[in-house]
Write a protein that binds this ligand. Structure first.
Ligand code: HEC
Length: 117
């Protein structure tokens, strides 16, 4: 009885499964290059967008610094963890962003800034 039941499920679901897999492969084949590039670009683009919105006023669009210090070579002075901590908790004159940004957004920012060397 049990075997029969499974047999039916398999017979019904296998062709359906194949259709799903094939259309998924078809879709990703069409867009695969765009998606691969999109992933890496969008993490940085996302970080830059957040920076432009939240940080530019004090650190300048080119990271030269204004009210806050320049960040152009911040990646050689601070680790990603240190960056995360200062963005999250703030410092003298540097606001804390833990209420404004999600952990993922702070993570994206720190990763992006850690590449500025
Ligand atoms: C209101 C102005 C202001 C804003 C907005 C601001 N900062 Fe700052 N930031 C400062 C100041 C001032 C300091 C220096 C703090 C200190 O001396 O301890 C600083 C320090 C830093 C540092 C450490 C730099 C160093 O050389 O020690 C980093 C990294 C940083 N900010 C990143 C950011 C990021 C990322 C954002 C946006 C999410 C941001 N800041 C938004 C004012 C600001």
């Amino acid at each position: 009885m049990r075997m029969n039941g499974e047999g039916i499920v398999l017979r019904v679901s296998l062709p359906f499964f194949l259709i799903v897999v094939m259309s998924a492969v078809g879709l990703s084949a069409c867009g695969s290059q765009a998606t691969d590039q999109g992933m890496t670009v969008s993490a940085d683009a996302n970080a830059e967008a957040i920076y432009k919105k939240q940080c530019v006023s004090c650190h300048a669009a080119d990271l030269r610094g204004k009210v806050g210090p320049g960040l152009q070579e911040i990646g050689s002075r601070m680790t990603e963890q240190q960056l995360f901590a200062i963005i999250q908790d703030g410092a003298r004159g540097m606001p804390a962003f833990n209420k404004v940004l999600s952990a993922e957004e702070i993570q994206a920012l720190s990763q992006w800034l850690s590449t500025k060397k």
